[in-house]
Design a binder for this molecule. Sequence first.
Ligand code: NAG
Ligand code: NAG
Ligand code: NAG
Ligand code: NAG
Ligand code: NAG
Length: 438
Amino acid sequence: MESTSSHVRVIVGVMLCSVLAPLQDVTGQWFRPPKFWSCPQNCSCFDGSGIQHWPLPGSTPARKDPTRSLWMEKNPRVECIGSGLTRIPVEEIMDDVEMLFMSSNNIPKISLADLKKFKNLKVLNLKRNKIRSIIADADTTLTNVTTLTLRFNEIAFLSKEHFQSFPNLKYLSIYHNHITTLPGDMFRFNPYLNRLYLGPNPIKSFCDDFLEELNLKRLTLRNMSLTAVPPSISRMSNLVFVDLSDNQISEVRNNSFSPCKSLIRVILENNFITSIEENAFNGATSLRTIQLSENRLTSLPGGILSNVSVERLDVELWENEFFCDCSLKDFKIWVDQRNAIDPTTDVRFRCSQPMRMRNKYSDDVTSDDFTCQRKNVIYKERKTIYTGEEMAIAVMLTFLCTLLCGIVAWRCTFKRKYGHLLRYASQRDDYGDMEELQ
Ligand SMILES: *[C@@H]1O[C@H](CO)[C@@H](O)[C@H](O)[C@H]1NC(C)=O
Ligand SMILES: *[C@@H]1O[C@H](CO)[C@@H](O)[C@H](O)[C@H]1NC(C)=O
Ligand SMILES: *[C@@H]1O[C@H](CO)[C@@H](O)[C@H](O)[C@H]1NC(C)=O
Ligand SMILES: *[C@@H]1O[C@H](CO)[C@@H](O)[C@H](O)[C@H]1NC(C)=O
Ligand SMILES: *[C@@H]1O[C@H](CO)[C@@H](O)[C@H](O)[C@H]1NC(C)=O
């Protein structure tokens, strides 16, 4: 008896639910019919549950951005991607919008006062427009905006007055603009900033004052005329990733990354680095990837990697000028020992000098090959065997043979074995439009 009545209750419940269900959306909120909405021309509009209501069925769908990552998606949202806009169509956008995605248009100017009504706005993406100026407005405060994307525009100047409207900003990308100076107090009103993508930008003389108060997780300062690793970095205890490539850094000093216990990857490619001090990476005990290709390194101290991650170490050292004599022996010994303990270690380099080691790869030679010639002994031996003329000819022949062998060996093995590394010389990858960088 009892079981029959509970069955009836369940059936009635299921029937009621299926009658009422269409009136609710997936989050359980009461459904709002799309007729209360508006949506700008050539755009797509999504409600609070991410369900698309515009463009209406039958019209051409707006373009999608393939590089967009879903973690940033907030709803309700409006997407006008490659829609030919010359301004943000604020009048036609619902006030409660949380994400505005306006990339690849022809917008030349933004007035922050126009955005005032979007109190819930969290994500504002204006990448790949023609923005030259942003007009600040002291009365506009968008407390919910955490993500601002302005990369690939023509902005020449930004200051604290602009960022004052975004006091809770966490993510900012403004690389590939025309910015030449960075005011020291630029981020005075943005204490929560933790992902900052600034370079490339044509900065004339770099000063890291603007980083002073920030504790970032990710930072890119690529191609911004840096001449040293910014001292502020050695205060960023939460830093995970830093890209300092394409600058004019000539030296990496002791403890440049010292409190950065979370730091996993440092990119220092294409600088003018000639020397790295032995304790340069000390304290960065999680550091696994160090990219040092395309520099002017001739040697490295033996203990330079002894205080970084104990596993999966990957150090790129291609396109340098390593002098593979006794001065590099300690480093070679360290790498060999490390390889024996952890075969996933990938630390290789190519010798440039002395002649007998030219173009040899570190994993094709042993640490015993890293010797220094004792000049006076060799001179004495040669003096007893050769005349000056014979010696000159011998030297020239040796040089020519080595050169020839080098060229042949290079052509045979280099392309086969290391061909993929040629990208460092010519076609370096531009992370350009990645929404988030690893
Ligand atoms: C919408 O797109 C069409 C075709 O690309 C274009 O001619 C028109 O100007 C666009 N409308 C707006 C408001 O930008
Ligand atoms: C931020 O958004 C929340 C809802 O997510 C809203 O309650 C709050 O009022 C917004 N902040 C401001 C300053 O409007
Ligand atoms: C760095 O930026 C300048 C323009 O400011 C550009 O000419 C140069 O090619 C860039 N360098 C690299 C390596 O991308
Ligand atoms: C950097 O550290 C190494 C190793 O402790 C030390 O020999 C060297 O003198 C230091 N350099 C400077 C400039 O203090
Ligand atoms: C790195 O150096 C610090 C002190 O400078 C030391 O406490 C730590 O154990 C070292 N870590 C490694 C992996 O050598």
